[in-house]
Design a protein around this ligand. Structure first.
Ligand code: PBG
Length: 328
């Protein structure tokens, strides 16, 4: 036998010991499930690009909420698929808009479900851009007035938190001011502060019918070569009043999550987006990887990087794995 003071393997014998020395702890309270709600009655359609994910009419969404709560997931982020789209995305701030109806129904039946509104215009505009157009460009300052109205109408319909995902400059301040002016000073803002222009959103755009009809989103979403710019965006949003900072996508941006965790004093959220979900599903279908195992490993990697909050289409499955002690 060799003399060795340190044998790292000593701490790897048995699940109980491995769990005791685990560095990353995860909990169901960190999970947020993104859900799609559409007009109509008694229908749910599978999203072709996102196997196992559906668009629900408001009545059917209630069954999903029940399932989530039973699994221990008590936070949901709603995306609306409106009945009609126009130049200024008016369904997004209509008190009878699809997402507003969704929030009212959830809060009525399941007041314990924490509801978060995605604040953006791309699902609601006829051109698919995240704001009001001026020629071919999104007019930043005009758009932030609309975003504030959207946020307010979501809160008035029952949203507990709002999450602007548009990437316009100054929108957190505009939203904070309008919410405060209307007596909603205790409603937190989770800002998608560090949102990259990413091909990982492909399946979502199919799901929500929100692909831009011309051009791309590179004049507002960030260039994925940049990390310091992400820190700049996050610092600005905190200054404007963001309570939580989100990084999106998650898996390919662990370095950004890590650095923000060191730099900021606010909770960090990471969004495991549609393309990441879809890649896991496709890889599992090939038969070469174990879906549950890689789902857990990917989630743990994001928490290990520094995320406190995890938005994921796998929320329910992850909650089950946590219950079973596979991860956590
Ligand atoms: C914008 C928004 C998008 C996503 C969340 N909010 C799409 C985009 O920026 O194109 C993507 C989510 C995902 O891919 O899962 N409203």
């Amino acid at each position: 036998m060799m003399e060795m003071a340190m044998r790292p393997r000593r701490l790897r014998y048995g699940n109980s010991l491995r769990k005791m020395v685990r560095e990353t702890r995860m909990d169901k309270s960190s999970l947020i499930y993104p859900a799609f709600v559409m007009e109509g009655e008694n229908r749910q359609e599978e999203i072709t690009s996102m196997e196992g994910q559906y668009r629900y009419t408001v009545d059917r969404l209630m069954y999903k909420m029940e399932e989530l709560l039973d699994a221990g997931v008590d936070k949901v982020m709603l995306f609306g698929i409106p009945g009609h789209k126009d130049e200024c995305g008016s369904d997004a701030f209509d008190e009878n808009g699809i997402v507003q109806k969704g929030f009212r129904a959830i809060k009525e039946r399941f007041p314990e479900m924490y509801c978060i509104g995605d604040v953006c215009m791309c699902e609601y505009t006829s051109h698919g851009h995240c704001g009001i157009l001026n020629g071919k460009d999104v007019d930043n300052d005009k758009t932030i007035e609309y975003l504030a109205k959207i946020a307010l109408s979501q809160v008035e319909a029952g949203a507990d938190m709002v999450a602007p995902s548009d990437m316009m400059d100054g929108r957190v301040r505009a939203i904070r001011q309008l919410l405060d002016a209307n007596g909603h000073e205790t409603v937190p803002i989770m800002s998608y502060a560090v949102k990259y222009a990413s091909a990982f959103y492909g399946p979502f755009r199919e799901a929500a019918g929100s692909a831009p009809s011309f051009g791309d989103r590179k004049s507002y979403q960030m260039d994925y070569h940049n990390r310091r710019e992400g820190i700049k965006e996050a610092l600005l949003d905190v200054e404007e009043g963001a309570d939580i900072i989100m990084v999106k996508p998650a898996m390919a941006f662990g370095d950004v999550i890590h650095e923000l965790k060191q730099t900021l004093q606010v909770p960090i959220a990471a969004y495991n987006v549609s393309g990441e979900y879809c890649m896991v599903k496709a890889a599992a279908r090939s038969g070469f990887v174990d879906e549950t195992a890689i789902m857990c490993e990917i989630a743990a990697s994001t928490f290990r990087a520094g995320a406190d909050i995890y938005l994921t289409y796998f929320a329910q499955e992850l909650a089950k794995c946590m219950d079973e002690g596979r991860i956590g």
